[in-house]
Design a protein around this ligand. Structure first.
Ligand SMILES: *Cc1c(COP(=O)(O)O)cnc(C)c1O
Length: 488
């Protein structure tokens, strides 16, 4: 399998790259992204053969179809990371919440958010590739809460990789901050920035663009890479759980093989939804992918009106912060798939130069063959949390945004798979408030919900409050470069 670029080739970068090249240097010509040149096919026989497959078997079979340049023993070692999940034989449990709705829980990994699904095996693969080539990489991440802990967890003590993680001091939940500052690994540096998430992100971007920074990294034989969802090495792992969840419905007799389903995906950077789109394109019977967002509803506007307009928006902080996003990177891969490199480049140039792009009515119709979208506000989300808690199911605020899309957007009476992207324990003060009890701190919220609703707090969350704080560095953004170079 070779990989090509969403905005075409600039004549300097190679015309096509391998999977491992796309993982190690994920930025393509003109600021574009790497995408597979062709997608393998999931025919009826493949699906039938894997109806009862365990998660890892399905992963291995899919990797074989993609025919990527990763040795089998390295892939097997990467997949062992799923042994860290609550139930290694079933890392993605499916819970029935309505006659026709099933929640696929993507958060049973070590940091209790769905980022683990892809980052865990991806982290192993990236480090292994670096080790085999004798190269050293610095991964930098700016986080509003879930990416940081998951990135630190997957690379802790990894060979040939260092991680520098920036978070806004005071801008994350207690649990999220503790997950980062208690991470004890010599190859990782966690830095609090005085400011908000935008400040942390902007500081990171200017550092990534700085020639002097890159030169000084080179002097210490270190290359920059990225572990965010622009890296295709993460996307490939996000195709698998869509197939797995579908096959589980078949195995349980809820649908027959070949019957279509809706996928409902709480979306931000669109990696999860893109995985579903690729699965559909490869042949998984999916009627439509229903995108849910919070009040930062730029994806809803794109998919319902064909307009992507940053000029009319400012970012609003919500109770589903992992979806507080205006520039959704992976949409570009869908645009490329549907409209080609030339059109994608022109749309992305419009976005960079004018802050907006507009699809033609024909293009919008093509997009809507696969997607529909709806957003819901914080108050609507809290009602959903309270309603399902009464029925015995506790969910987090990101998952809660899905239910409006599920109720409003289905045109056919087919089953729906709703993706749950975080455990309630990561956002417990919001969940607590939705259940009618207001508290200041995560610890109180965790205890209150746990004792009133009979759900347990997993060990890795409970013990955070006892662990020593390792990373005490909090600095102004002007000093980030020096701090990171000192660490390297
Ligand atoms: C990252 C994240 C999302 C958004 O996922 P994308 O793949 O970026 O669209 C949604 N919910 C939670 C809890 C997340 O951590």
């Amino acid at each position: 399998m070779t990989f090509i670029e969403t905005r075409g080739n600039d004549g300097v970068k190679p015309q096509s790259v391998t999977f491992s090249q796309a993982i190690l240097s994920p930025s393509a010509s003109f600021g574009g992204l790497y995408v597979p040149k062709t997608l393998p096919e999931l025919d009826f026989d493949f699906l039938k053969r894997h109806t009862k497959s365990r998660y890892k078997e399905l992963c291995a079979a899919l990797f074989e179809k993609f025919d990527v340049d990763i040795d089998r023993e390295d892939l097997d070692a990467a997949l062992k990371r799923y042994d860290l999940f609550d139930d290694p034989s079933d890392p993605v449990p499916l819970t029935k919440v309505e006659d026709d709705a099933f929640v696929s829980e993507l958060w049973h990994g070590p940091t209790r958010a769905f980022k683990d699904m892809a980052l865990q095996p991806f982290g192993y693969i990236l480090s292994r590739l670096a080790e085999k080539r004798g190269e050293h990489y610095l991964i930098m991440a700016a986080t509003s809460g879930d990416t940081g802990p998951a990135t630190l967890e997957t690379f802790k003590n990894a060979a040939n990789v260092k991680v520098a993680c920036l978070y806004p001091e005071g801008g994350t939940s207690d649990v999220q901050r503790l997950q980062m500052v208690t991470e004890d690994a010599a190859n990782e540096k966690v830095i609090g920035i005085r400011g908000n998430f935008d400040d942390a992100q902007t500081a990171l971007k200017s550092l990534l663009a700085s020639e002097s920074f890159k030169r000084r990294l080179k002097e210490s034989h270190t290359e920059l890479s990225a572990a965010n969802s622009v890296n295709f090495g993460r996307i490939i792992f996000q195709i698998i759980y869509h197939i797995y969840s579908y096959l589980k419905l078949v195995e349980r007799g809820e649908i027959s093989l070949g019957e279509s389903v809706y996928l409902v995906v709480p979306s931000g950077n669109f990696g999860n939804a893109l995985g579903g789109y690729y699965a559909k394109k490869m042949g998984l019977p999916v009627e439509k992918i229903l995108i849910s967002s919070n009040i930062n509803n730029i994806l809803t506007e794109l998919i319902t009106k064909g307009e992507y307009d940053l000029t009319s928006k400012t970012l609003v902080q919500t109770t589903s912060p992992a979806m507080d996003i205006l520039k959704s990177s992976n949409v570009e891969r869908v645009l490329f798939d549907k409209f080609g490199a030339e059109r994608t480049k022109s749309l992305m140039d419009d976005l960079n130069e004018k802050g907006r792009y507009v699809l033609t009515p024909e293009e919008l119709e093509i997009l809507r063959e696969d997607f529909d979208a709806e957003f819901s506000g914080d108050e609507e989300g809290k009602k959903v949390i309270a309603e399902y808690a009464k029925k015995g199911y506790i969910m987090d605020p990101h998952t809660a945004t899905c239910f409006k899309a599920y109720e409003k957007l289905r045109k056919k009476s087919l089953k729906s798979i709703i993706y749950s992207t975080a455990e309630w324990t990561k956002f417990s003060p919001t969940v607590c408030e939705a259940l009618g009890h207001r508290v200041e701190h995560d610890k109180e919220a965790l205890e209150w919900i746990s004792s009133n609703y009979g759900v347990s707090v997993p060990k890795m969350i409970a013990e955070l409050f006892e662990k020593p704080v390792i990373h005490k560095c909090v600095i102004d953004k002007e000093n980030i470069e020096e701090e990171i170079l000192k660490f390297i």
